[in-house]
Design a protein around this ligand. Structure first.
Ligand code: DLL
Length: 433
């Protein structure tokens, strides 16, 4: 079903009118309420009244994660703190996380776009959803939760982990929808088989999987293991969370809700638009958000876009699956990791050097494993084993505090990690995705 036919099936002329009206209001809002944006506009010599239609968006400056980091925590808010009803955080590049805030209307918008997404995947009011995205500061759990409530699903707020319990609940309540990261869907299927449970024997209709890159091969494996349709959902905390774009059962690109999230695809180096169908960096403007509206936010995700009407009847543009990143962020178990965060941790610990390497691996149908190799001071190596163990424990603890990931830490002797004459190769990703 199409949750919001008015906006999901709007004619190109009408959508342009809506986007233009919304952009004008947005430019005026951020200019008067957010000093960071006022300064950015002034620097770019653009005033809100020079924005007359959505085409004028190109006059506006980009916003980046660096802007969010530099103005942490409250600098990018356009709303008063008393109107902020919920905050979340996502990974920052170093030190501070990226703060995300919602007003009551922003939460309503989140519920609306996630209801559109769940319906787009094939959910119908009354269906039961087992929501195995993490709840808490991570945006997946609550995003699906709000969307499920909005569209009248019966939500089981499982959160991620505790697989045996997940499988028991599945058997007891026979949900039609499964929502979690694609790698967790595969892992759960494998665990089910180990426990003698046949994952095919559910009442499954569709899975809504995202938060990390996944391939068509993984899709085929998930569909086969669970006997369900597997769809892709995309989003990022800074924009709203999950619910920026979603595949319909035709699985031919992810529908972007462009009445509220205006997409542009640019050449990451020049900042200029690329042609329809070509790969580039996805840039999004939140046309109606209030707490932290973002103008031309550089997602760093690489996609292509098509404006052709889909067979499902929606006229919204569709982006491809995420093809890569224009920075060095990696996603591990659905958690965003910037190598610079690890570097930042190491810089704060005596006895280590900033020479490190991150190895990410995944055994067949298992969860991602991370190993961090760290070069330590030569003199430490001649010291007691106890001291090395202590250092290892400290690094592990700090990495876990910053990244919420239990990494294996291996200390290595100086000059063991291969040096590079160009950009250091910080990440070795052995996962077959
Ligand atoms: O991961 C939002 C989300 C939650 C999406 C649940 C889907 C389901 P962040 O933690 O802020 O938000 O991470 C956002 O994750 O910029 C992408 O690089 C990556 N990502 C998200 N969805 C997909 C996807 C959530 N479907 C970052 N495919 C984004 C590939 C994805 N990468």
């Amino acid at each position: 079903m199409i949750w919001n036919e008015e906006f999901e099936c709007m004619s190109p002329a009408d959508i342009k009118r809506v986007q233009s009206e919304r952009l004008k209001k947005l430019a005026a809002l951020v200019y008067s309420n957010c000093k960071v944006y006022k300064d950015k506009f002034d620097k770019a010599k653009v005033t809100p009244d020079s924005i007359r239609s959505i085409d004028d968006i190109k006059k506006l400056p980009f916003t980046t994660k660096i802007d969010m980091r530099d103005n942490y925590p409250y600098g990018l808010f356009s709303a008063d703190q008393k109107d902020v009803k919920e905050i979340h955080v996502s990974s920052g590049t170093t030190g501070n996380p990226t703060l995300v805030g919602y007003t009551k209307d922003d939460l309503k918008l989140w519920g609306e776009v996630m209801a559109r997404s769940l319906a787009c995947a094939g959910a119908e009011p009354g269906d039961t959803v087992q929501n195995a995205y993490g709840y808490g500061l991570f945006t997946g759990g609550l995003g699906v939760h709000y969307g499920g409530l909005e569209m009248g699903l019966r939500v089981i707020p499982m959160s991620s982990g505790n697989t045996a319990r997940q499988l028991k609940i599945m058997q007891d309540f026979q949900p039609k929808l499964l929502t979690c990261t694609p790698s967790y869907a595969l892992y759960m299927a494998e665990e089910a088989k180990e426990l003698g449970i046949d994952p095919k024997k559910g009442n499954w209709k569709v899975g809504v999987f995202g938060a990390e890159p996944w391939t068509e091969k993984m899709r085929a494996e998930i569909e086969d293991a669970w006997n369900m349709l597997a769809t892709d959902v995309y989003g990022l905390s800074e924009i709203i969370g999950p619910g920026v774009a979603q595949e319909c059962p035709h699985k031919d690109g992810l529908h972007v809700y462009n009445d509220v999230f205006y997409p542009e695809i640019i050449d990451a180096d020049t900042g200029e638009a690329v042609a329809e169908g070509e790969d580039g960096e996805l840039v999004i403007t939140t046309l109606t958000k209030q707490a932290i509206p973002l103008i031309r936010y550089r997602t760093r995700d690489v996609v292509s876009i098509t404006y052709e009407k889909c067979k499902c009847g929606r006229t919204t543009p569709r982006i491809s699956k995420i093809k890569g990143r224009t920075d060095d962020m990696i996603v591990v178990r659905g958690i965003n990791v910037f190598p610079s965060q690890i570097e930042h941790v190491l810089l704060g610990i005596d006895g280590t050097s900033p020479n490190y390497q991150i190895i990410v691996d995944r055994q067949q149908h298992q969860l991602d494993e991370v190993e961090v190799l760290v070069e330590v001071d030569g003199k430490l190596f001649s010291d007691e084993v106890k001291q090395l163990e202590e250092l290892k424990r400290k690094i592990k603890k700090e990495i876990s505090a910053v990244l919420s990931i239990a990494a294996k830490v291996t200390l290595v002797e100086p000059k063991t990690i291969e040096r590079s004459i160009g950009k250091a190769k910080r990440v070795i990703d052995k996962r077959q995705m």
